[in-house]
Design a protein around this ligand. Structure first.
Ligand code: NOJ
Ligand code: CA
Length: 726
């Protein structure tokens, strides 16, 4: 064997390797295999080199195989690939058990506890060029990534495809959306893995700017359940300078394989050493609640490098927004014309009479926010260009600094400030990332000058540079660039239509929320199934907070008299529950203020509910069926409970054992009435107050498509005396 180490690392490990050489002849299989277990020993990972030096791993949970032997490798363009011909040059192991505190989150302290195996693999046939594979085995799952250290024979390379395999051990139930390079806004299908081919066509509904993957593929996070009750979630962590991964599916062998999003010329990733892939993650538990409680993806992301994070704050907001979708009385656009260009005098347009972002309307929203303890008002349609913003693949649609004639930036800035309310900026890019990047600093400076501290960004439509995809390496870098640049201006970002999140809110905490899934807007465009939001926390939200935009009280949209019969497929109370079940430090109260004024007693929950937490307790969960979560408000003696169900009614069992022992609290219970149903009497609810202690147990009915919401606070003795104890 021609082994001439050039690199100090390999020289260092030569002694170990020699031992290996003497051994390898006698028992090749055993010596080439390396095993680590999770700190609690439930998970076991084995790495080995197969024939021809092909890297392979397998994973088991409590003695049961979860991932059967699966190969690892990266195919490279114009250079030899990292697929085979490897020998183990070195292995190291380490254990870590520490903790850290997120800027905002579901827990104030997060434990980071894993055992690590790092395997250095050299290719003798390629001059001992080497890579590393780093495995981290936590109690709740496995993360692993490819690392490409800088070395004489490896500087630049272009990835043709990553070939990471996940050989599943059975034909599991899977909650999936089709693989697509541009959108995550599909409805979920639940089926067996082997049934995906028969359902993929139906699942791939028409969508604006979609690029379904030609091979049979699903997106991550991919949530599965085995026939014996094991939950498996495959995703990725720390997606930086690399394309997003989908999973191709072989319905016969039940093998999934990585499939990276290509760029405009068909390549996948442009790499320069030192570099690494994102982590490939497999979260595993025999309890669905533990999947939702997992912080493994955050743990695999790097701590933030921002020195000052004091300006990053959780927020509740309302917005001139939902009325564009349902009321039919207002629009983003100001003019009647539909062929406009930046630079023209927009005040000369013929007003369409329906412009939403007017001074008067925005002031009404500001007044409502100010009266109701809501931090901010999002205003969409404030800036010129909306007359023709979609469908023409135009490079320059918006300039992000010029307002329509009926939106007075200065006057509204002063008005909002006088009422103690923030205005949230809106930057719809219409997919033109190039135009946005060119104007980014001017746009952020404009925000600083006018007192805006947060922006909702959007990437509707096909991406410019043309041929790039929302989920490709170029755009992945774009979103991060925007977040980092925004941090220089102390601006928070809420991105819509960006690549699915992978825990980067740890590293870039000002990227406080994302949409990147089918959210409330689809309730006005065909509807979400009642089970949709019982699946999202197991899929999309595994990567990070979602700007789902809950809080719709007027769920029968025929109310607006605009001809549509569309309904929001939930009860009113389920909309309240979302503030707890759909974690985000940025939460919208998405309905129109008039509707909140009609139900002030229910709106009280939205006013009260926290958006940042000390602790979270996942009480009950089953993907596709139900979720019940309790959370403690950050720095306060207040708790909030949210429970949701799918189209079936159910009785939730709510424990209160997370409350401090020996103290009585007032629980305000918002519940579906017996006659409530998502499509009949969705606004039929009750609000009751009871006394609870850490020993209380509540059985609570949830209507079909319904929910429950509870706020728990300390109370005055005089008030408590009148209440029943449970
Ligand atoms: C899609 C976003 O999801 C939605 O919230 C926004 O109003 C429109 N794009 C316009 O930017
Ligand atoms: Ca969207």
């Amino acid at each position: 064997m021609n082994f001439k180490p050039k690199n100090p690392l390999i020289q260092f490990s030569l002694a170990r390797k020699l031992v290996w050489f003497t051994f390898v002849c006698a028992t090749p299989y055993l010596v080439q295999a390396q095993t680590i277990t999770s700190p609690n020993k439930n998970l076991s990972l084995q790495f080995e080199l197969k024939d021809n030096g092909i890297p392979s791993y397998q994973l088991s949970y409590k003695g049961k195989s979860v991932i059967k032997p699966s190969t690892l490798g990266i195919e490279v363009k114009d250079l030899p690939s990292f697929m085979d011909g490897f020998s183990i040059a070195n292995t190291t192991q380490a254990s870590v058990d520490d903790s850290w505190s997120p800027v905002m989150g579901e827990e104030k302290t997060i434990r980071n506890n894993y055992n690590e195996l790092v395997v250095t693999l050299a290719q003798a046939k390629n001059n001992n060029r080497y890579i590393r594979i780093r495995f981290r085995l936590f109690n709740d799952g496995l993360g692993f990534r490819y690392e490409f250290p800088k070395q004489t024979d490896l500087n630049y390379f272009v990835i043709k495809e990553e070939h990471t395999e996940f050989q599943l051990a059975g034909d599991h139930k899977i909650f999936w959306i089709p693989g697509d390079y541009d959108t995550n806004e599909y409805a979920y299908t639940t089926s067996k893995i082997s049934e995906i081919p028969g359902q993929i066509k139906k699942a791939t509904v028409y969508m604006n700017a979609q690029s379904p993957i030609k091979d049979l593929a699903v997106q991550t996070p991919s949530m599965m359940k085995t026939s014996d009750g094991l939950y498996i979630n495959i995703h990725e962590a720390a997606l930086i300078n690399y394309p997003a991964m989908s999973l191709t599916v072989d319905p016969t062998t039940l093998k999934m394989s990585s499939h990276l999003t290509p760029d405009a010329v068909g390549n996948k990733g442009y790499m320069q050493t030192d570099t690494q892939s994102p982590w490939r993650t497999i979260v595993i538990s025999d309890k669905a609640t533990e999947i939702l409680a997992s912080k493994m993806i955050l743990n695999l992301n790097e701590p933030t490098k921002y020195k000052d994070v004091s300006w990053i704050k959780p927020m509740k907001f309302i917005g001139v927004w939902w009325e564009y979708f349902v009321a039919g009385k207002s629009t983003w656009a100001y003019g009647k014309e539909n062929n406009v260009k930046l630079g023209q005098d927009f005040s000369k347009l013929t007003p369409n009479g329906k412009h939403g972002a007017t001074n008067e309307r925005v002031k009404e929203y500001i007044d409502f926010a100010s009266k109701n303890n809501i931090d901010a008002v999002l205003v969409e349609g404030w800036n010129v260009g909306w007359e023709d913003w979609i469908g023409n693949w135009k490079e320059e649609v918006f300039d992000f600094v010029t307002s329509y004639p009926d939106f007075d930036v200065k006057a509204l800035r002063e008005y909002a400030a006088s009422k103690g309310v923030q205005i949230i900026m809106h930057h719809e890019t219409s997919g033109s990332a190039t135009n946005y990047e060119r104007r980014l600093d001017r746009a952020f400076q404009f925000m600083n000058d006018n007192g805006y501290n947060a922006v909702k960004t959007g990437y509707v439509g096909q991406i410019i540079p043309r041929g790039e995809h929302h989920d490709g390496q170029w755009m992945v870098n774009h979103y991060i660039h925007v977040a980092e640049r925004a941090a220089n201006y102390k601006i928070m970002i809420d991105s819509h239509e960006a690549v699915r999140p992978t825990g980067l809110n740890r590293t870039y905490p000002n990227w406080i929320a994302q949409e990147s899934a089918r959210g409330t807007e689809f309730e006005a465009m065909g509807g979400l199934t009642p089970e949709h939001t019982t699946i999202l926390p197991f899929t999309r939200l595994m990567g990070g907070p979602m700007d789902f935009t809950p809080g719709i009280f007027q769920t029968d949209l025929s109310y607006y008299g605009t001809g549509g019969k569309q309904r929001v497929n939930t009860t009113l109370v389920k909309q309240l529950a979302y503030y707890v079940t759909m974690y985000s430090p940025l939460q919208m109260a998405a309905d129109i203020p008039d509707n909140y004024n009609r139900f002030p007693d229910a709106f009280q929950f939205i006013k009260d509910v926290a958006v940042d937490w000390d602790n979270s307790y996942i009480l009950e969960a089953e993907p596709g069926d139900y979720i019940t979560i309790a959370r403690k408000a950050k720095g306060k003696k207040e708790w909030f409970v949210g429970g949701i169900t799918d189209e079936n009614s159910r009785t939730a069992t709510i424990s209160f054992d997370y409350l401090p022992k020996g103290t009585q609290y007032i629980a305000t219970i918002y519940a579906d009435a017996k006659d409530a149903n998502w499509n009949e009497k969705p606004q039929s609810y009750s609000i009751t107050k009871v006394i609870v202690t850490s020993k209380s147990l509540l059985k609570q009915y949830l209507a079909p498509g319904g929910g429950l919401a509870i706020s728990i606070k300390e109370g005055k003795a005089s008030e408590m005396k009148k209440l029943k104890k449970i």
